[in-house]
Design a protein. Structure first.
Length: 127
């Protein structure tokens, strides 16, 4: 059997679904496709969906403050807008953003940022 697959959804396990739902709808203008009682939100991100799933209670310590997750996942958003202007807009919204970069013989400008829980995203603009 040869499987034919297409990326449909990336799920992020998060502490606060409402906070991240607001971040991605306000900052990226993503739309909510479905949601359920602050434990699940599905956002339309164009060619794929982003699911926000509340992390299980076993992984949370209610006595500690909210923390940022340390993970190895990066969500990439290709944009048509000027990446410098987009970066400045995000900074004006108090989003942690890194410097714009590129590589030799690479057709894109790149700029990484972090959502409120430390999940890394990248803006990517064709040169």
């Amino acid at each position: 059997m040869q499987l034919t697959a297409e990326l449909n959804t990336i799920i992020l396990y998060v502490q606060n679904v409402e906070k991240l739902k607001s971040f991605y709808t306000d900052i990226f203008n993503l739309t909510v496709v479905e949601e359920y009682e602050s434990v699940w939100a599905l956002l339309n991100a164009g060619n794929a969906m982003i699911g926000l799933h509340k992390i299980g209670d076993a992984y949370l310590n209610p006595e500690k403050k909210a923390f940022k997750f340390d993970n190895n996942t990066k969500i990439v958003f290709q944009i048509n807008d000027d990446i410098g202007e987009a970066r400045e807009y995000f900074i004006s919204k108090n989003v942690a953003m890194r410097e714009i970069k590129t590589f030799d013989n690479y057709d894109y400008w790149l700029c990484d940022g972090e959502d409120p829980e430390g999940n890394v995203f990248q803006l990517k603009q064709r040169k």
